[in-house]
Design a protein around this ligand. Structure first.
Ligand SMILES: NC(=O)c1ccc[n+]([C@@H]2O[C@H](COP(=O)([O-])OP(=O)(O)OC[C@H]3O[C@@H](n4cnc5c(N)ncnc54)[C@H](OP(=O)(O)O)[C@@H]3O)[C@@H](O)[C@H]2O)c1
Length: 127
């Protein structure tokens, strides 16, 4: 897409809330929802990643979801974020001005790999 100048829209960048750091085994995603079913079991494995997202954010007056969105922007995508509260718009504004270093990106990607979770939908084929 990049080579052909085609915009790439990235969805579920926040993994339906699981990458925001707002949810944990102590404070899981709302029970009975499909996102709880998909993500609550993997929240312990995602903690190191969400902690690093928050840590990178602290140095830029931003929060974990802002950094996750900034990562998707840094990859050249246009993220589609599921905004459910008005103040999440502020997060999108912050995300657009975050600068991620190559070390930040490498650290996030290493932690994402180490989490060793599979969140791919059945409709998402290997490319
Ligand atoms: N075409 C496809 O195959 C496909 C597949 C999947 C998704 N999508 C689309 O992609 C869009 C995004 O997906 P999604 O909404 O499922 O997932 P998402 O954007 O990864 O996550 C949305 C959730 O993250 C939380 N959130 C969003 N912004 C936040 C912020 N700034 N701070 C803290 N929490 C924040 C909210 O949780 P709370 O509500 O709990 O606060 C929200 O429900 C949707 O429009 C969806 O329809 C398309």
């Amino acid at each position: 897409c990049r080579n052909q100048g085609i915009p790439f829209f990235a969805y579920m960048v926040l993994e339906q809330g699981a990458l925001t750091g707002m949810y944990s085994p102590e404070n899981p995603l709302p029970r009975g929802s499909s996102r709880a079913e998909n993500y609550n079991g993997m929240l312990p494995q995602l903690k190191a990643l969400t902690d690093e997202l928050a840590s990178i954010g602290r140095s830029q007056n931003a929060a974990a979801p802002d950094v996750a969105t900034a990562w998707a922007i840094a990859k050249g995508t246009t993220p589609i974020i599921g905004v459910t509260k008005p103040h999440y718009i502020d997060s999108l504004v912050r995300a657009s001005s975050i600068t991620l270093t190559s070390d930040d990106t490498a650290a996030l990607e290493a932690l994402a790999d180490a989490a060793n979770v599979n969140t791919r939908g059945f409709w998402e084929q290997e490319m």
